[in-house]
Write a protein that binds this ligand. Structure first.
Ligand code: BES
Ligand code: MN
Ligand code: ZN
Length: 490
């Protein structure tokens, strides 16, 4: 899809579909009022005589439309006070998907700008929303007959340099988000650890990143007995991918660490069959960090960033880890594996340690780590646990500014007490309650005193239902947040 900016009067635009964002409970914004004047009050009629109120994501069609527009879609932007980049992205995604449904080859999207959302942010959000909204998870269907929207014009009050930059940012971020979602949506038989490593290599080339892939011999030599204990029951060999970007002169290095379990059967502690197919998404943490560092590089951040993806398949083969086995992590600590289904932390243990060895002095890990976090926050909000208030606050503020929901959870020494082992330095589970936090307490053993935030995306990495703005499947959650954080400008 070709995306352009325009600042021309709305009535002058030629389009198969014109998408207009309309606020709830207020008069038309000046550009909409100007259009309505040209169209002799047609739009006002829809809002006064019809049922359209402008409630968030509410739709109203006008067909045929007057002037040079074939069809108009009024879309509710909701209350001005709740309007932000998140809403703008979704409005644009809905508009783009509706354009595709109606086989509208030329679509123009005009969303409001406000005191808190300037033209650059609107341009970025509309480009991002449309490109991610049109990217679907039905990878193995015949998609030949799916209509392609050829051109999208993004309307802004002034198509200036700032708005153009916003549009370019949106394009790059969307391409990273779509890459991450694609990695997640590919099934476990395709997106194996080796395949993720290959795709990372291609992606690194595209984004001008340094890429190193560690094979099993290297992982063994590095002493990563914790990570390797997860893949030993599988025919698929483990990989660790390290991507690095050096855009800063000296200074700090941000380490992004992802859980990449390409399929999680639970291993010897096997999972029930119901919903096990969703465990192809258990590599979304890895997908997130690989995607984010790519966008950070493409945006030319003046910062140093490192991404480490721990890639394994968790299978119950004859060589699989048994409950009660003791393994040794690369940092020398010993772990009693009580439950082989608590494998993500075993992978992250060695991956976090590697990131520190490679010079990371700020850490964020991303993982579909616990069902407990999904129970706590649902599929709406990502849970965060950290060891440093300032660093956690930075991450929360990055998330807020890109419109992603993250909520902080506590990490007290009492959680660490629950994973004490009789035979080893720690156990990999901590009993029935507070499972998301005993998991975080486990990870803390591998970050030392480096400022660190753990993001548990078990609930948010994928959706089980379709939305008007996005098909069910991988969401790409936290990519935008990590990009914002990695740019070091927010
Ligand atoms: N990958 C799962 C967590 C998960 C659950 C992700 C649901 C997405 C949706 C993880 O490896 C796991 O199995 N965790 C266990 C830990 C338990 C055995 C301590 C869990 O949460 O049940
Ligand atoms: Mn598991
Ligand atoms: Zn898992």
């Amino acid at each position: 899809m070709d995306i352009q900016l325009t600042g021309a009067p709305l009535a002058s635009l030629e389009a198969d579909l014109l998408v207009l964002g309309v606020f709830q409970d207020e008069a038309f914004t000046p550009p909409l009022q100007a259009l309505d004047n040209e169209w002799a009050g047609l739009l006002a009629g829809v809002t006064t005589e019809g049922s359209f109120k402008g409630k968030t994501y509410e739709l109203e069609w006008l067909y045929p439309a007057p002037g040079k527009t074939k069809r108009v879609l009024l879309i509710g932007a909701g209350k001005r006070s709740a309007y932000d980049v998140r809403v703008a992205r979704r409005l644009s995604a809905i508009g783009a998907r509706q354009a595709r449904n109606k086989r509208a080859g030329r679509v123009c999207v005009a969303l409001p700008t406000t005191d808190s959302l300037d033209a650059a942010h609107v341009a970025q959000s509309v480009a991002d929303g449309a490109l991610t909204g049109l990217s679907d998870s039905d990878l193995y269907k015949d998609r030949e007959q799916k209509f392609t929207v050829g051109v999208m014009q993004i309307w802004v009050p002034q198509a200036d340099a700032a708005a153009t930059e916003g549009l370019e940012r949106g394009r790059k971020i969307a391409s990273a988000v779509n890459f991450g979602r694609w990695l997640g949506d590919e099934p476990g038989n395709v997106m194996t650890p080796v395949r993720v490593a290959e795709e990372s290599q291609k992606w690194a080339k595209e984004c001008n990143l340094e890429c190193q892939i560690l094979g099993e011999d290297e992982l063994r030599d590095a002493g990563m007995g914790s990570l390797l204990s997860v893949s030993q029951g599988s025919r698929q060999p483990a990989r660790v991918v390290v991507l690095s970007y050096k855009g800063g002169d000296g200074g700090t290095t941000l380490g992004l660490v992802g859980k990449g379990v390409t399929f999680d059967t639970g291993g010897t502690s096997i999972k029930p069959a119901a919903d096990m197919h969703y465990m192809k998404y258990d590599m979304c943490g890895a997908a997130t960090v690989l995607s984010a560092i790519g966008a950070i590089a493409q945006l030319g951040a003046r910062a140093n960033v490192l991404a480490v993806a721990g890639l394994v398949e968790n299978m119950p083969g004859g060589a699989a880890t048994r409950p009660g086995d003791v393994v040794r992590a690369a940092n020398g600590k010993t772990i009693e594996v009580i439950n082989t289904d608590a494998e993500g932390r075993l992978v992250l243990a060695d991956a976090l340690d590697l990131a520190r060895r490679r010079g990371a002095d700020r850490l964020v890990d991303v993982a579909t780590l616990t069902g407990a976090m999904k129970v706590a926050l649902g599929d709406v909000t990502t849970g965060a646990v950290g060891n440093n208030e300032e660093w956690t606050a930075k991450l929360l503020s990055a998330a807020k500014s890109v419109g992603e929901y993250v909520w902080p959870m506590p990490l007290h020494s009492e959680y660490t007490d629950k994973i004490k082992s009789n035979i080893a330095d720690m156990m990999n589970t901590g009993g029935r309650y507070g499972g998301a936090l005993t998991a975080a307490a486990f990870l803390q053993h591998f970050v030392g005193d480096t400022p660190w935030v753990h993001l548990d995306i078990a609930g948010t990495a994928y959706t089980e239902k379709d939305f008007a703005w996005q098909m069910k499947g991988a969401t790409g959650v936290m990519i935008r947040t990590l990009v914002k954080l990695g740019m070091g400008d927010g």
